[in-house]
Design a protein around this ligand. Structure first.
Ligand code: AMP
Ligand code: MG
Length: 349
């Protein structure tokens, strides 16, 4: 056990002393959780094998699940990636800084542990002043997975980080709630056509607007059990899950609402406490309902998704029933997270 120091920082104009102290921890091989525009990351010097090993230890992360390397400028890609195809350069100029991660062949500079033993590295430049200032001040690229215990919902506030990792890491930079609320989109550019490994903050349709066709597998949608070797090791693990059971209901909005009401009635009659992740202000008497917002505003839905799952879990419900959204735009990322949280318990309304 150690004491985790929490430093509050202004997300738009981070205090220089706080950044300097955090950078000192990173340079010394320690762990600092920090806000990005997507979720909170658990950062370590990406080039320091021992520091990165500690990320795996404190999260309980399987050692073959590689970690995204965060950089503070576009040119850093040339230090980390052995080959940077024109497609990568186009995506970088269009979407960086932002919630897009590129998988490319790695250079010798990146230790194998950071890449889960793979020959590739995943790199992104976050659009958040705290993250960028910390990387710059540290003077090294920062490896950072989401700052939660492996398998649990990703943290969108410093409080979430402390609940999962308090006492296990040196420092948390508290810059308030994150803006996007789901993780970055991960694209593998070492295959042709490029493959979506994880839907996230940049809709795949926008990437297709630059690259042409992108392959979107069932695994990337959060579907199926995976017999073959998954392209992205993260795909094979149950993820984003609270302690309680999660049931996802998919279909058109009217049928979904009817089915969720039916499930709430059935489960409460069995004496279960039921939580609902609702959309469009739907009401479900007898259940603890959190309205994620309108289907027409998926940015808002994504922003409150993980925090609402954590909230219902903490209230002690036995089951969370979630209304599904259409797999378009941010909807693909939202459905991927909900499917994985449900561990496959999905009902078609
Ligand atoms: P997290 O850091 O927990 O947000 O998860 C990062 C995601 O990126 C996981 O799904 C990883 O498996 C994936 N990832 C990171 N590096 C690579 C890589 N070199 N090749 C394929 N997938 C990667
Ligand atoms: Mg994660």
């Amino acid at each position: 056990m150690r004491t985790t120091r929490v430093l509050r920082v202004n997300p738009h104009e981070p205090e220089r002393e706080a950044i300097a102290e955090a950078a000192e921890v990173i340079r010394a091989g320690g762990l600092v959780a920090f806000p990005t525009e997507t979720v909170y990351g658990l950062g370590a010097d990406a080039l320091n094998e021992r520091a990165v090993r500690r990320i795996f230890e404190v999260k309980g992360r399987p050692p073959d699940n590689p970690i995204i390397v965060h950089v503070a400028d576009k040119d850093s890609i040339y230090l980390l990636a052995a080959e940077v195809p024109p497609a990568a350069e186009e995506l970088i100029s269009r979407f960086w800084p932002g919630p897009l991660t590129l998988v490319l062949k790695r250079t010798e500079l990146v230790p194998p542990i950071t890449c889960g033993g793979l020959e590739t590295v995943a790199v992104r430049m976050p659009a958040h002043r705290v993250a960028l200032d910390l990387i710059r001040e540290s003077g090294v690229p920062i490896a950072a997975p989401s700052a939660n215990l492996s398998g649990s919902p990703s943290p969108t506030t410093a409080e979430h980080v402390l609940r999962d990792l308090g006492g296990r890491i040196e420092m948390v930079l508290d810059g308030g709630p994150t803006e996007i609320g789901v993780e970055s989109t991960v694209i593998d550019l070492t295959v042709d056509p490029p493959e979506l490994l994880r839907p996230g903050g940049v809709p795949v349709e926008e990437i297709e607007g630059v690259l042409g066709r992108v392959s979107v597998t069932e695994a990337a949608r959060g579907l199926g059990s995976f017999s073959g070797r998954p392209r992205s090791p993260g795909m094979k693990y149950r993820h984003y899950a609270p302690r309680c059971r999660v049931v996802l209901v998919e279909g058109d909005p009217v049928s979904v609402r009817r089915k969720v009401a039916e499930l709430v009635a059935e489960l409460t009659s069995q004496g279960k406490r039921v939580g609902v992740l609702a959309l469009d202000g739907a009401e479900y008497p007898g259940a603890e309902v959190i309205d994620l917002g309108p289907r027409s505003d998926l940015r808002r839905v994504a922003r409150s998704l993980f925090t609402s799952i954590r909230e219902l879990d903490e209230r002690g419900v036995d089951v969370i029933v979630a209304e599904g959204v259409e797999e378009r735009g941010l909807g693909l990322a939202i459905m991927n997270r909900l499917r994985k949280a449900s561990g496959g318990e999905t009902i078609r309304a």
